[in-house]
Write a protein that binds this ligand. Structure first.
Ligand SMILES: NC(=O)c1ccc[n+]([C@@H]2O[C@H](COP(=O)([O-])OP(=O)(O)OC[C@H]3O[C@@H](n4cnc5c(N)ncnc54)[C@H](OP(=O)(O)O)[C@@H]3O)[C@@H](O)[C@H]2O)c1
Length: 257
């Protein structure tokens, strides 16, 4: 039987949205596992702060909603470290609004970053992976890929959409040495959740702690998930040991259905 390794030595991993929250934790974890890591995002200052935490992390700025920018990011990353064999589409945004107050522009903004942005990222990544016969495509989706919640219909639509794309692409590349998976967390302790807590507090007049408690109460373990928990799941999916996990929604939610 083949020896299965968790070591990512020699692999090049590209993580979008790697300057904050979950993306930063993923970058540090993959670097620790031996990968050369490229982190991308719109704010170079945040990327550079993360890169200071690992000598094998380099930064490329770019916007995932602009396909030209995505192609340029991949060209720059490839020129430095070769084509990425691991690509984590983590960049994303959230919006909370009652459906009755939304317009088409609100919906398109969510689809642009959370669905089309992932498409452009994976599209730029796929051809070299097919040529190499090995690859890992991972998206940080959400528990909102699997269930609806009030006031986040545009976010839910974008995250359901990206899970559908994951499942379809996984079947297309199943015999090419490439796996495609979605990690689906509940609320994580990141800047995105900080903004959600501030928004709930502002809209309801509750304290910050009370607002945070509302988010925690959706998780049967009554807590926020740590970014490192998401990062270690990604690290496992990148390993040889996870070669037969394909087209899956890996839920990190303390049991939230
Ligand atoms: N926080 C949660 O509770 C939670 C739960 C489930 C899933 N998720 C998902 O986890 C992922 C990471 O979120 P997070 O919680 O770590 O939030 P975060 O700290 O706000 O991180 C989002 C990252 O995405 C980048 N980004 C946003 N729009 C971008 C764009 N147009 N182009 C390039 N980069 C862009 C941001 O960097 P720049 O601003 O520098 O571009 C930032 O680094 C997201 O996909 C989110 O939907 C989060």
């Amino acid at each position: 039987m083949a020896e299965l390794t968790m070591d990512l030595g020699g692999k090049h991993a590209l993580v979008t949205g790697g300057g904050t929250g979950v993306g930063a934790a993923i970058a540090l974890s993959l670097a620790q596992a031996g990968a050369k890591v490229t982190i991308t995002g719109r704010h170079l200052d945040k990327l550079e702060e993360v890169a200071a935490g690992g000598s094998s992390i380099s930064c490329v700025s770019g916007d995932v909603t602009d396909p030209t920018s995505v192609r340029e990011m991949f060209a720059e990353a490839t020129a430095r470290n070769g084509a990425p064999q691991i690509v984590v589409a983590n960049a994303g945004a959230a919006m909370s609004k009652p459906f009755a107050k939304m317009d088409e522009a609100d919906l398109r903004a969510m689809l642009d970053v959370n669905l089309v942005g992932v498409f452009s990222t994976w599209r730029a990544a796929l051809d070299p992976m097919l040529a190499a016969g090995w690859g890992r495509l991972i998206v940080i989706a959400s528990i909102a890929s699997l269930k609806g919640s009030p006031y986040i219909s545009a976010y839910c639509a974008s995250k359901h959409g990206v899970l559908g794309m994951t499942r379809a692409l996984a079947l297309e590349v199943a015999r090419k040495g490439i796996t495609v998976n979605a990690v689906c967390p509940g609320y994580i302790a990141t800047p995105m959740t900080d903004r959600t807590i501030a928004n709930i507090a502002e809209k309801t007049g509750k304290s910050r702690d009370e607002a945070e408690d509302i988010l925690k109460s959706g998780n049967p373990q009554h807590r926020l998930i740590e970014p490192e928990e998401v990062a270690e799941t990604v690290r496992f999916l990148c390993s040889d040991a996870a070669s037969s996990i394909n087209g899956q929604a890996i839920t990190l939610s303390g049991g939230e259905p």
